[in-house]
Design a binder for this molecule. Structure first.
Ligand code: NDP
Ligand code: OXD
Length: 308
């Protein structure tokens, strides 16, 4: 039995030390040429090749190094193998920070003030009190819920949307297509924290933007393929949307001449909202391995039918 981790050396070293200390019964490898492919039962990686099942015929669990698993959605998983996405406190805290930063910046109209600064203008813009600002999250999973919890102390009116009904203290929870329509009509700042699936591809489109109140703003931290970028540009240019933080694009990076690079109403960041932290991810993975070895389902088990 072996655990093979394919990632960059600094991260691998942290995992190697953690496995040696906390799970010495599971041999840990990071060099695919050094391990008998038949012994590999557990694989941690970001992407994997199409011939995975032939290479590692006894694979039982594939762990994604990151929270998303859309990068492998089209790749065949060996029959019977489970797919597990990353749930770990370091990644969650980074996302929480990014969402709070961008929501506060949009709430206090930072993109408009930066534009005024570029024009050497000293003008007080209208503002809205936090308790009158409606902030909604698409996706009430690990990252959506943590972001909403972090926004609570500011006093915003908070809402979220998921596939299944939820009951979360202090949050208006909506679900399904009707719930989405109702939530959008009462949203000033919309955050996308959905997984990319067949159902959520291009969910941020002209029709959705039109359902938001005029002058709403967007934080796009899901995946590039969630958003029709031309629709975003049109909504910003028409004033339907006031501003947007965009962390994920299609493609990444954008071509040098793409209008999103220099749009005055857009803050563009290079897919840095969150990433996996080696030490906390190693601890979470070892805890998951202990669950698996005890015959339990790991946290973050992906449902192949739902696609997340
Ligand atoms: P989870 O799987 O924990 O949560 C997903 C949420 O989305 C769930 O609440 C789920 O509903 C909801 N959802 C899924 N499909 C639908 C649908 N069709 N309609 C309504 N709701 C839906 O994911 P995480 O919170 O861990 O991660 C979310 C995403 O964040 C990742 O998949 C990735 O795309 C993105 N991400 C971006 C990063 C960045 O740096 N920009 C870093 C890490 C992640 P239900 O609860 O009912 O199942
Ligand atoms: C992730 C990411 O999914 O970094 O973890 O986007």
């Amino acid at each position: 039995m072996a655990f093979l981790m394919l990632s960059y050396p600094e991260r691998v070293e942290v995992f190697r030390r953690a496995f040696a200390r906390d799970l010495p019964s599971v041999p840990f490898y990071s060099d695919a040429t050094q391990v008998d492919p038949h012994a590999v039962r557990y694989l941690m990686t970001w992407t994997f090749p199409d011939d995975l099942a032939d290479r590692y015929p006894n694979l039982e669990v594939i762990f994604s190094v990151g929270a998303g698993i859309d990068q492998v959605a089209q790749t065949p998983v060996p029959p019977g193998a489970k797919l597990v996405r990353m749930i770990e406190s370091g990644l969650t805290s980074l996302m929480r920070d990014y969402v709070v930063m961008s929501v506060l910046a949009l709430h206090r109209r930072l993109p408009a003030y930066l534009e005024q600064q570029r024009r050497h203008e000293w003008i007080n813009l209208d503002f809205v009190w936090a308790d009158q600002r409606r902030v909604s999250v698409l996706g009430l999973g690990e990252l959506g819920r943590a972001s909403l919890e972090a926004l609570k102390p500011f006093g915003f009116q908070l809402a979220g949307w998921s596939r299944s009904p939820k009951n979360i203290e202090g949050i208006h929870a909506y679900h399904g297509p009707d719930g989405l329509r109702t939530m959008l009509a009462a949203t000033d700042i919309l955050i996308c924290l959905l997984p990319l699936t067949n159902e959520t591809t291009y969910i941020l489109n002209a029709e959705l933007f039109a359902q938001l109140p005029r002058g709403a703003s967007l934080v796009q931290v899901g995946r590039g393929k969630h958003m029709d970028q031309d629709a975003l540009l049109a909504a910003l240019d028409s004033g339907q949307l006031e501003a947007a933080f965009v962390d994920v694009t299609e493609p990444e990076p954008l071509p040098a001449d793409h209008p999103l690079w220099s749009h005055a109403k857009v803050v563009l960041t290079p897919h840095i909202a969150a990433h996996t932290r080696a030490d906390s991810a190693a601890a979470a993975t070892i805890a998951n391995m202990q669950r698996i070895l005890a015959g339990k389902d790991p946290h973050g088990l992906v449902d192949p039918l739902r696609g997340y």
